[in-house]
Design a protein around this ligand. Structure first.
Ligand code: FAD
Ligand code: SF4
Length: 510
């Protein structure tokens, strides 16, 4: 045999660099479901189901396409429960010339694979992951010499590079790079939100559902009502569904939240983009085409494109530029443990309850719930970054370290000292009230900052502002908050701070 080609669970693309110039007759593709990867965190049951099922479907497609594939399905009695173990055994059995793989998406596994040539005694060729718009080296070059990195400037470079939403003379379509200002509407039930794309489980997915329910009982969430796409073809149908039914309103309601609707007008394409079932540029091109043909407005399409070639590429660049040190950052010095209600949803705070409940059922919550509800609360309450990061990594179907970590540690927790975002996304209950209908069904009163029924976000917000004066008072984007805080009568400030202290001490009872 010539080579072993290792394909990981988030590398399910037929154009994967590891498959380039391979010899279908002699090389052996290796894919394995192993305990070490399935349980390094408390992965949601739907996440495990999605990845195992998508892997099995991908292996089947490769075989139908003439590849030789060694696929190890999960069983607790399998002798090899790590990727290294599986590769070591196959290398011993087949004596390949080398192992070929595409660089993986997280530092943990990357550092293991980088040592395999020594540990296993075979040459290991690690090829770049060509499924992103911006290569790691290109990002590093762009970042060189910049004290703070701003997504907006990076995004413009990516627009020019891809030509997405650019006029033939090199200008942004609509004469504006960013239409975010038009994307802040509250959703009041109209227009109705479309039902999400559904793919009913086939025989392969049903086998995996059984397996996950048998062997991963302790993991977070439920497998009930699993309806994600698990093949490239189905993921493409999910993209079409989004473009037809949700994209026209994606921009307007991008920041909205609702007590009644889980998915609103979001695309729910992140699991497919992150595992390689969808290609990011082709996905954006499909959305841009919808604008050219008059099926979606520019503010929606630009917003969608910005999330994918802007934010998604930007956070990946930051991850690889700063790992492994980035994961240890805690510049606000947080020490508090993650409250248990993040796992149970058992809290009287309606907005948090709804976000955790959706997460438990769907392995998904949309961006504003992640950022402004569960994220905002963790920021205000001073939760340890490693605990909140681990939670996000476990509970979402789209969570892979390269994208989860910078979003949580950088964007939400501001634990990198503002490298990723110029100001923390800290907000009081007022923001949640403005963007949702949660407050009207809540035990707490959003208009109050003190008193037993006062919204916890209010006093915690001012407590955060007050205790981090040294960190933020000189930030020009925060001056107004400090001015507002400082002009409150002393008595009022003391009452709010005492309420904040009480909330922090009694956090598990909120
Ligand atoms: P849409 O709202 O429809 O957006 C379209 C696409 O844009 C997404 O599919 C996604 O690929 C991309 N995108 C949007 N925002 C971001 C972003 N901030 N970073 C990277 N890509 C983005 N996204 C993940 O893919 N995996 C994660 O583990 C993850 N963890 C997050 C943790 C926190 C604390 C926060 C605030 C955000 C996180 N995000 C993560 C980003 C974002 O919330 C999800 O990508 C989005 O909710 C996925 O749902 P969607 O496909 O319906 O997205
Ligand atoms: Fe959330 Fe406060 Fe509104 Fe309740 S009142 S839903 S806790 S923001």
């Amino acid at each position: 045999m010539a080579n072993l080609i290792l394909i990981l669970g988030d590398q399910l693309s037929h154009q994967l660099s590891a498959l380039e110039q391979a010899d279908k007759d002699n090389d052996l593709v290796v894919m394995a479901e192993v305990y070490d990867e399935a349980s390094y965190t408390n992965h949601h049951k739907k996440k495990l189901t999605f990845i195992f099922s998508a892997m099995r479907h991908f292996a089947q497609e490769l075989e139908q396409d003439g590849w030789r594939v060694h696929y190890q399905g999960y069983h607790p009695d399998n002798p090899e429960q790590s990727l290294e173990g599986v590769v070591a055994r196959l290398a011993g059995e087949h004596q390949p010339e080398k192992l070929i793989t595409t660089e993986c998406g997280e530092w943990r596994l990357h550092s293991q694979i980088s040592q395999w040539h020594e540990r296993l005694g075979i040459p290991v060729e690690i090829r770049p992951d060509t499924r992103f718009v911006c290569r790691k080296e290109e990002f590093a070059q762009w970042a060189t010499g910049r004290k703070q990195l701003r997504m907006e400037f990076f995004y413009r470079e990516m627009r020019k590079k891809t030509g997405l939403l650019m006029t033939p003379d090199g200008k942004p379509e609509g004469d504006q790079w960013n239409f975010d200002a038009s994307n802040r509407k509250k959703w009041t039930g109209k227009p109705p939100a479309p039902a999400p794309f559904r793919e009913e489980p086939d025989a392969i997915t049903r086998d995996v559902l059984q397996l996950v329910n048998d062997y991963f009982t302790d993991h977070f969430g439920t497998t009930e009502d699993f309806h994600f796409a698990v093949t490239r073809e189905q993921a493409e149908q999910a993209l079409e569904h989004f473009i037809d039914f949700a994209l026209p309103c994606f921009g307007d309601y991008q920041d909205a939240m609702s007590d009644k609707e889980d998915w609103l007008f979001h695309s729910i394409l992140s699991p497919y983009l992150n595992t390689g079932l969808l290609d990011p540029v082709t996905t954006c091109e499909a959305a841009v085409q919808a604008w050219y043909s008059g099926r979606a407005p520019l503010n929606a399409v630009e917003g969608f494109v910005r999330q994918i070639i802007g934010w998604r590429e930007f956070v990946r660049g930051i991850y690889w530029l700063h790992m492994p040190d980035y994961a240890r950052e805690n510049r606000l010095g947080n020490t508090r443990a993650l409250p248990w209600f993040y796992w149970t949803g058992d809290t009287k705070m309606r907005c948090v309850h709804k976000a955790v409940d959706a997460t438990t059922r769907n392995a998904h919550a949309h961006h504003i719930q992640r950022l402004m509800v569960t994220g905002n609360f963790a920021l205000l309450a001073g939760i340890k970054p490693e605990e909140i990061c681990d939670w996000y990594l476990a509970v979402y179907i789209d969570a892979f370290d390269w994208v989860e970590l910078p979003n949580t540690l950088g964007m939400v927790m501001h634990a990198d000292g503002g490298y990723l975002g110029s100001k923390p996304y800290a907000a009081s209950g007022k923001y949640i009230h403005r963007m949702s209908d949660h407050c009207q069904n809540c035990h707490y009163r959003v208009q109050d900052a003190t008193g037993e029924r006062a919204c916890p976000f209010n006093a915690l917000y001012w407590h955060f502002i007050d205790r981090h004066r040294d960190n933020f008072a000189n930030n020009p984007r925060m001056t107004m908050m400090y001015r507002n805080w400082d002009k409150q009568p002393d008595e009022r400030r003391q009452a709010i701070l005492s309420r904040g202290e009480w909330l922090l001490k009694n956090i598990e009872q909120l």
